[in-house]
Unconditional design. Sequence first.
Length: 217
Amino acid sequence: MRDIAEPKGKGSNAPRRTGLLLVVSAPSGAGKTTLCREMAHTMPGLQYSISYTTRSPRPSEVDGKDYFFITEPEFMQMVQRNEFAEWAKVHNNLYGTHAGFLKRTMAGGTDVLLDVDIQGAKLLKKRFPDGIFIFVLPPSMAVLMERLRERRSDTPEEIERRFRVAREEIRNFSDYDYIIINDEIKKAIRDLESVILAERIRITHADRDWIREQFLK
Ligand code: 5GP
């Protein structure tokens, strides 16, 4: 785990801050997964939150990297043990975010990037009002359909259903703080990076005691 927020020389008087909670939602096919993965891979101080799901892995997916693939009884046990910060049923499968992971990572000063659906984002907004909520749109509905079809792992019925659900999800765009249109992945990455960099220096996330100590004493 990269952790640039750890101050140079522990015990020094460098500023401290808890990690940001960055929530990214988008309809399937908007390219959100690629965007989040790329971001977490290249940006120091940022950790991707790997969700738990009861969905079967797609051919290219790896357990523990893309998702933790678990059974429905295992998932429900985690629900009962209160291990999820949020969980939801999406496209007939269960998905959840591990609360302990979020807490530990943010407490260590590392920012967390989450890829959750709109139901999950709503729940997280209640629990983490300081979270940053980002919505990713495809360039058009036609491109969205093309992208869903290109992903050969889903059946035509599933593709059709995801397309319909996408329109419903997009209705919620104004609940988010930022909108990124994923027309060109490099530009979308730059947009997301800009959001994270700006949020890191926002006054709400500053170590006020450190500033007072350093400059106002
Ligand atoms: P997919 O099956 O295509 O990987 O993901 C389907 C949907 O589930 C996406 O909208 C994705 O954002 C959402 N999702 C993935 N992980 C979670 C999670 O932990 N919680 C919630 N609420 N949604 C998730």
